[in-house]
Design a binder for this molecule. Structure first.
Ligand code: ATP
Length: 264
């Protein structure tokens, strides 16, 4: 379980990124965080693996307040948390397989990792995870030769190969076109359910959030302004979270195939 107890984060310039957040996320939940640009979505997600550090409150993961963690504990925490970014964060000059194996780096010793000496079991795990997101035939291809949707699947496979208990995805489909975005979100939700992973995803498109979330958390100006199951969410909920009427720009649109995405 992940528990935010009165968590606030004040950036060094005095800006309040998070204001008194109270929140419980249960194991295996698929939660989507929504809010306008600047609402604090990234700040919230990044607090969970301590890429940013809240300045007050308690953030409890697995029974421990991670805000008290120092370097060795932080490293251990981060091996339990897979990250997926808008920009994929993969090494383009390396093969797809090597990128996915990077998910094991926190688990093998320093010397082995320098020389890229991964045990056979890690190789099998990486290949299995590539298969789960449908790109195992690309394993030996240079990552730069993949489409955006395929690169994001590499990053999902890498996160799975870490064998985490939590996945954090910060705007995972913001760089993809609508049909590819739907495919990637479907993959992410499926693998996350298969492995029983607690998954927290930032999304700014309302229709995507409605389609894939079990539960929605709404942030506005660093405050939690909505928290409820998808069954309780309607257009008015989003208008309250966004503080304005919903516009067409807030929707990603449908899943229609184009010639380009049909190849994904
Ligand atoms: N290092 C920082 N120093 C000062 N202010 C920051 C810093 N990082 C973020 N902020 C501010 O904190 C607020 C929340 O930022 P955050 O990136 O969490 O928002 P967001 O909801 O993820 O929005 P976006 O989708 O635009 O990234 C914004 O006003 C942002 O300008």
């Amino acid at each position: 379980m992940i528990e935010f107890k009165d968590v606030s984060l004040v950036y060094p310039n005095g800006h309040k990124g998070l204001k008194n957040i109270n929140l419980n996320i249960q194991e295996g939940e698929f939660v989507v965080i929504v809010g306008m640009s600047g609402a604090g979505k990234s700040t919230l997600i990044r607090s969970i693996n301590r890429m940013v550090t809240p300045t007050s409150g308690e953030l409890i993961i697995g029974g421990e307040n991670i805000l008290k963690f120092k370097e060795p504990q932080l490293r251990k925490l981060r091996t339990r948390i897979g990250m997926i970014f808008q920009s994929y964060n993969i090494v383009k000059r390396m093969s797809v397989l090597r990128n996915v194996l990077a998910g094991r780096l926190g688990h093998i010793g320093t010397v082995r990792s320098i020389f890229g000496l991964f045990p056979q079991s890690d190789m099998r795990l990486a290949m299995d995870n590539l298969k789960r997101v449908g790109i195992d035939e690309k394993a030996y291809v240079r990552a730069s030769n993949l489409s955006g949707g395929q690169q994001q699947r590499v990053s999902i496979a890498r996160a799975l190969t870490q064998q985490p208990s939590i996945i954090l995805a910060d705007e995972p489909v913001a760089s993809l076109d609508p049909p590819t975005s739907h495919k990637v979100m479907k993959d992410l939700r499926r693998v996350s359910r298969e492995d029983g992973l607690t998954t927290i995803v930032n999304l700014h498109f309302i229709d995507m959030a409605m389609e894939y979330a079990d539960r929605i958390i709404g942030l506005r100006d660093g405050e939690l302004v909505f928290d409820g199951p998808i069954s309780e969410v309607d257009e008015q909920t989003f208008e309250e979270i966004y503080g304005r009427p919903i516009k067409e720009d807030d929707l990603i649109g449908n899943e229609e195939e184009t010639d380009e995405t049909a190849k994904e």
